[in-house]
Design a protein around this ligand. Structure first.
Ligand SMILES: Nc1nc2c(c(=O)[nH]1)N[C@H]1C(S)=C(S)[C@@H](COP(=O)(O)OP(=O)(O)OC[C@H]3O[C@@H](n4cnc5c(=O)[nH]c(N)nc54)[C@H](O)[C@@H]3O)O[C@H]1N2
Ligand SMILES: Nc1nc2c(c(=O)[nH]1)N[C@H]1C(S)=C(S)[C@@H](COP(=O)(O)OP(=O)(O)OC[C@H]3O[C@@H](n4cnc5c(=O)[nH]c(N)nc54)[C@H](O)[C@@H]3O)O[C@H]1N2
Ligand SMILES: [Mo]
Length: 774
């Protein structure tokens, strides 16, 4: 196929062209992308996989017994129904729930990464639909940055988007001489960005920095969290202890008179309290390198040397998002800002603090100056909400109070859970607890292209078209290119787009005209584009008409300036460009947070030991991480993802010392256990991991050995069978899935067959039910 053959389209892992010939899908990188992601390789096989949901399906127990709580979810057969019946069933059930309990009884948060495309964006579709019928209980924040997105507005003000790295890669490449990289700068994660990337550039920017002699200190349990280079050094650290190291670095700077008193006194507030804490005046514990060595496993001599080196360099303190996806996850980004403030380099070219570098492809990349084409979602009149990762708590404890960011709220009683474009059996912690929680509502509705574990645990499964089977506009906040996503093929079986499903359902509920506004897909695309085009002209862009854009296949947009330095204006002129914090300055101590009196998130950055960790029974720290070979759970049955597996299981990285002590050899199947549950995995031995730590990526589809048993081990390696379901703190209540104490043993006996990618009983998949060999 030549470079420009196939229809243009886009995904979260990049723009591409695709073509269907004799049922074979060929995907080629978009001609504009010089560094395409290998994740494109998952698409051909997944497209036509037996795991596709081909027809509307209803769980037999629900169909025959009606709505109601029960443990049969995930353990029942499905019955195929036709579309008119499905629409009638859904309409009747939504009406029943709304009339009996009110709209707050519909949980429609529907968190997840769905697919790229501005019109068919599944969350926008489901939220718009639910809003036209009176609203829903929603969720706030993300699994990605649950802690940071709540703490950082207190520290830097609500309009500094420090979560998404505000200093440009190009500034780092030119000016930074040292990067202290907590969590490293893993290139694997920069393949993706929400909405897509036309030209992958972040990895090349990182390569430039690695090659130009910048000293990079990779503070991480994994050596591979940064590409190799002459000045890249690995500083192995005990996971979850970074704050202790940051405080000790600050202690060395302060006691060595290497701190910037002027910066601390004129750009920050609350330094005195923080200093008293670091020096040990408030609690009698000086946070010195000796103290930190015990906690972090980093030699005190290294901490002294690093602090001195930081003061002698233009130093960037970088923190990946992973650090805040753990208990007390509010502390690492706050402590890193405090460390950068002590150094006094915030606002200088290449110095200061950065968050999310190596976490996402669009971090450190200029934002587009204007808006994106957007499907209006309408207004949600329901006030009830949950912090996104409190889903099981809500379902298990309706009416119970919870604290969040200074307020006390109550969990609503959700009778109907509606998911469209997300996979809670991928993203949520402690799956056996989630299964118990998902047994409580009257009805669970899931729109899905695939038989994920979430679909298998639903009552009503609505078959969704993929992004190859519909037309859309591909755009994202940092990508200076709009892609005309041309439909590549028709949906298989009885599959429809989420929009078509909601349009018919809204019609049945008497709200059709509000949902569709009388528009077809094509009319929506035209309208969204033209509204956006007129808004963009305000920003000086001269853009083609919709028809010209559509036939050209893409349009280039003016990008934002590529020389951004976080807090530059504020640091230069704090009087005239104050931050929107209570003090107008960087809040090293926050009177607001202190006033909440949270022992798990006090008024200044603090070392708070985790309430759970390793124990004699679970002596290894399991680090979960984003999978290099897929996006979350998506297209796990694709060839790139399957090739990464060991005997069909998710690979578990282990240090040879830990493996030998347990009789584990490379390639064998192991059983991982934690206080919460267990799963199988395939052992990979490497000295790139700190002894005492093991690593398993997220995203292997949950595959219970015995579906009837809620506590059954997963035969495939779903990391969330092991993790604990607890909020970061009362402040943010964010996801803490990153770390958990585990034990690993050789799996005894026969290795069970894998069923993760097979449809459930009763679902008519394709004729070929076996996954083809690698
Ligand atoms: N232990 C642990 N857990 C974690 C994390 C961790 O580090 N450790 N990371 C967390 C993070 S950061 C995130 S963002 C989450 C990710 O969690 P999710 O975003 O929920 O995971 P995905 O696998 O991307 O799920 C998206 C689902 O949408 C479906 N889909 C795709 N297109 C469409 C469509 O057009 N319509 C419909 N209806 N569905 C569609 C896909 O098939 C897929 O099942 O996981 C979180 N969970
Ligand atoms: N290929 C691919 N890329 C992705 C995704 C994907 O699914 N696949 N998901 C995307 C999404 S939604 C998100 S939110 C981002 C998430 O981005 P992150 O949360 O930053 O990603 P992770 O891979 O979980 O973690 C990055 C590294 O942090 C290290 N680490 C973990 N815990 C600790 C700790 O306590 N201390 C230190 N010092 N290091 C630690 C791990 O070794 C890990 O490799 O990734 C995005 N990028
Ligand atoms: Mo995420």
């Amino acid at each position: 196929m030549n470079a420009n053959a196939g229809r243009p389209s886009s995904s979260h892992w990049g723009a591409f062209r695709a073509q269907l010939d004799d049922d074979a899908l060929t995907v080629t990188p978009h001609e504009l992308d010089a560094h395409p992601s290998p994740l494109l390789g998952n698409m051909s096989e997944a497209h036509d996989h037996p795991a596709r949901v081909l027809h509307p399906m209803v769980r037999r127990g629900w169909l025959e017994g009606g709505p109601g709580a029960g443990s049969a979810r995930g353990n029942d057969e499905f019955v195929r129904v036709d579309w008119p019946d499905l629409t009638a069933i859904l309409a009747t059930e939504l009406e029943r729930v709304i009339t009996t309990y009110g709209n707050a009884a519909i949980f429609g948060g529907s968190y997840g990464w769905g697919s790229a495309g501005r019109f068919h964006h599944p969350q926008s579709q489901v939220h718009r639909f639910l809003n036209t019928i009176g609203g829903y209980t929603g969720s706030v924040n993300t699994y990605s940055t649950g802690a940071s997105s709540v703490i950082l507005p207190h520290v830097l003000g609500p309009d500094v988007d420090a979560v998404h790295g505000l200093t440009s890669w190009s500034v780092l490449a030119e000016h930074t001489t040292m990067i202290l990289a907590f969590g490293g700068l893993p290139a694997k994660n920069m393949q993706v960005a929400p909405g897509g990337i036309t030209r992958h550039r972040s990895e090349a920017s990182l390569r430039r920095i690695v090659d130009n002699g910048t000293t990079i200190v990779v503070v991480s349990p994994m050596r591979t969290d940064c590409p190799d280079g002459p000045d890249v050094r690995w500083c192995p650290i005990n996971p979850g202890t970074d704050v202790a190291m940051m405080l000790a670095l600050a202690w060395v700077l302060i006691t060595g008179q290497l701190h910037d008193a002027e910066f601390l006194n004129t750009r920050c507030t609350g330094y005195e309290q923080l200093e008293a804490y670091i020096l040990g005046h408030t609690d009698g514990v000086p946070k010195n390198p000796h103290w930190a060595e015990e906690i972090t496993g980093v030699a005190s001599s290294d901490i002294y040397a690093l602090a001195t080196q930081m003061a002698a360099n233009r130093t960037f303190v970088s923190v990946t998002w992973s650090l805040q996806r753990a208990e007390h996850g509010e502390q690492p980004p706050w402590a890193a800002i405090a460390l950068a403030a002590v150094l006094g380099q915030i606002g200088t070219p290449g110095g200061g603090f950065g968050h999310g570098y190596g976490s996402m492809g669009d971090v450190g990349v200029p934002r587009l100056p204007g808006p994106l084409p957007t499907l209006p979602q309408g207004d949600n009149p329901v006030d009830a909400f949950i912090p996104v990762a409190r889903i099981s708590d809500m379902l298990l404890h309706p009416g119970a109070p919870f604290e969040y960011n200074g307020g006390t709220y109550h969990y609503p009683h959700a009778r109907l859970v509606y998911w469209c474009g997300g996979n809670p059996f991928h993203h949520h912690q402690h799956i056996s607890r989630l299964r118990r929680a998902m047994a409580t509502p009257d009805t669970v509705v899931v729109h899905e292209p695939y038989w994920t574990a979430t679909a298998k645990h639903a009552d009503i499964v609505v078959p969704s078209a993929t992004f190859l089977e519909r037309s859309d506009i591909g755009a994202s906040r940092s990508d200076p290119c709009l892609i005309a996503m041309h439909q590549v093929c028709d949906p298989p079986g009885d599959v429809r787009t989420d929009y078509e499903t909601f349009a018919e359902l809204a019609d049945a509920l008497g709200a059709g005209c509000f949902f569709t506004e009388g528009n077809s897909e094509r009319k929506w695309l035209h309208q969204m584009y033209e509204v956006w085009r007129s808004q963009s002209s305000i920003h000086g862009a001269d853009l083609p008409s919709f028809e010209d854009f559509w036939s050209a296949g893409h349009v280039e947009l003016p990008g934002g300036p590529d020389d951004h330095i976080m807090l530059y204006d504020f640091v230069r002129d704090p009087e005239n460009a104050p931050l929107r914090t209570p003090s107008g300055r960087i809040e090293l101590t926050s009177a607001t947070i202190a006033s909440f009196s949270y022992d798990d998130c006090p008024g200044h950055p603090s070392w708070l030991p985790p309430t759970s960790g390793t124990t004699a029974a679970y002596p290894l720290v399991l680090v979960t991480s984003q999978p290099a070979h897929r996006l979350h759970s998506q297209l796990d049955m694709g060839i790139t993802s399957r090739r990464s597996k060991i005997d069909g299981r998710e690979p578990l990285l282990m240090h040879p010392n830990d493996a030998t002590a347990r009789g584990i050899t490379p390639g064998c199947v192991v059983l991982i256990t934690s206080e919460q549950g267990s799963c199988l995995a395939g052992a990979v031995l490497t000295t790139d991991i700190k002894p005492g730590c093991v690593r398993l990526s997220t995203g292997a589809w949950y595959d219970p050995l015995n579906p009837q048993d809620v506590d059954s081990p997963c035969s495939h390696g779903n990391v969330n069978t092991l993790t604990r379901d607890r909020g970061t703190s009362r402040l943010a209540q964010g996801c803490t899935g990153q770390l958990v104490g585990v034990e690993v043993r050789l799996h005894q006996g026969r290795v069970p067959a894998m069923r993760a990618h097979r449809p459930p009983s009763g679902a008519r998949g394709h004729a070929h039910l076996e996954t083809p060999p690698l």
